[in-house]
Design a protein around this ligand. Structure first.
Ligand SMILES: Nc1nc2c(ncn2[C@@H]2O[C@H](COP(=O)(O)OP(=O)(O)OP(=O)(O)O)[C@@H](O)[C@H]2O)c(=O)[nH]1
Length: 415
């Protein structure tokens, strides 16, 4: 009898189906794989619209500024990201727009200033010049006329000694030269006055780098003569000459002075070193200003100082101290004494005391637009033996002119 052949189960499995053990193993691998995939999928996703991991200069700028990437993920990115970053055209962060930088002033070159300001000099001093011309144009010049000439010169603050000298010179020439036309009188006066003002004096400002460091300029004087204003105006003169300037606000006594100076500087792109502390040590502000000037390789550092009465010895000593402290780093090349021309002979007393404390190298005569006392130029130069280098002829930013002896005398004698 033939029994139907029945393949054992194992044989069936091997030949026609899958081994159950393999099936279980396969299922287990699948499960483990799926679990792993699921775990991997839980890694934090990059924020939408974030940069690719690498980017070079040729890549289009991504949406948003680098500030996005710089931020910690914990920061409120939502605030800075667009709601729907579809196309990366718009910046994601709009930085608060910096206020537009105000255009810098273009100060007037120094050379053209006296010509422009001449009218003010003529206007304020015409009594002086015209008075002299009228007197010397008289047919007869007797002793009375000479007395009047003398008086006119004294009124103009020329000073006693220079007045006597000038009258003697004029008398001599009038006697020798005889009859005079108005033109001759003018020429005579021009020559003699110019000689008194001394065109040979060196009136250049020390504003050039020397021995690899900036020139250092200090500005001194009594209260209210126009020091801070003058420092600001000098900065403009130098900027017009394309020099690099640093200002030092060593007037720490008057609260608003440092701000006032910084405003002058900012208008022409010049840095001002100042202290935030009222009453700070002026010597250390000055020292710091010079340090900054050296570091910035600037051409000149100009230091404004507080107004001080010449009879306050402690304040005058302070001035000496500022200079000494500054000189630990760099020599002070220029000490400008600012004098208010309207105070006339009073300025002479001030000048004397200041000169004893610091070596004055030049005079700035301010407010010459408001006085007929132009003769003070001669008096002050004689007194100190230092030249008037600049004259102030108004409150405008460029109303400060280099002093020029001949131009000055011409303006006094303008018809
Ligand atoms: N008319 C005229 N006014 C001037 C001139 N120079 C300066 N001033 C004015 O004088 C006043 C005093 O000027 P400041 O620069 O503040 O004087 P300061 O010497 O620094 O004053 P203190 O710091 O208090 O000692 C201001 O109103 C200036 O505008 C000038 O040449 N002509």
């Amino acid at each position: 009898m033939v029994r139907p052949s029945r393949a054992p189960a194992a044989t069936l499995c091997q030949t026609g189906g899958v081994d159950p053990i393999s099936l279980i193993a396969l299922a287990a691998i699948l499960v483990v794989g799926l679990v792993l995939l699921g775990l991997l999928d839980r890694r934090p996703k990059p924020p939408k619209g974030a940069y690719p991991t690498t980017r070079d200069a040729n890549d289009p700028a991504p949406t948003g500024s680098t500030a996005v990437l710089d931020r910690d993920e914990k920061t409120d990115v939502a605030v800075v990201e667009p709601v729907a970053p579809a196309a990366p055209a718009e910046p994601e962060i709009v930085e608060p727009e910096a206020p537009a930088t105000p255009a810098l002033d273009r100060p007037e070159p120094a050379g053209s200033r006296l010509a422009r300001l001449r009218a003010r000099l003529v206007k304020s001093n015409n009594i002086f010049g015209k008075g002299l011309l009228a007197l010397l144009s008289r047919d007869t010049i007797d002793d009375d006329v000479w007395d009047e000439v003398e008086e006119t010169l004294l009124m103009a603050d020329l000073g006693t000694e220079p007045t006597m000298e000038l009258v003697d010179r004029l008398r001599e020439r009038v006697t020798v030269e005889g009859t005079r036309s108005p033109e001759q009188v003018r020429t005579l006066l021009r020559e003699e006055l110019a000689a008194m003002v001394d065109p040979s004096m060196d009136r250049r400002l020390a504003a050039t780098r020397k021995d690899g460091r900036p020139a250092v300029m200090m500005v001194v004087g009594v209260n209210g003569v126009g020091k801070t204003t003058t420092v600001g105006k000098i900065a403009r003169v130098l900027v017009a000459e394309e020099r690099q300037v640093v200002l030092g606000a060593a007037d720490t006594f008057r609260a608003a002075a440092a701000e006032q100076l910084a405003t002058w500087g900012a208008r022409v792109g010049v840095d001002t070193v100042k202290s935030d502390q009222d009453g700070a040590d002026p010597a250390s502000v000055a020292f710091e200003a010079v340090r900054v000037g050296i570091e910035q390789e600037s051409d000149v550092v100009i230091i404004d100082t507080a107004g001080r009465l010449q009879n306050k010895s402690n304040l005058m000593d302070e001035l000496g101290k500022i200079k000494r402290v500054v000189e630990k780093q760099a020599e002070v090349d220029e000490v400008l004494l600012v004098l208010d021309a309207t105070t006339g002979q009073n300025g002479l007393t001030q000048a004397k005391v200041f000169a004893e404390v610091v070596d004055i190298t030049g005079i700035v005569l301010t407010k010459l637009d408001g006085t007929a006392k132009g003769g003070i130029v001669v008096a002050i130069q004689r007194q100190l033996g230092v030249p008037v280098k600049l004259i102030g002829l108004g409150e405008g930013a460029d109303d400060l002119a280099p002093f020029d002896a001949e131009g000055f005398v011409d303006a006094l004698l303008e018809p």
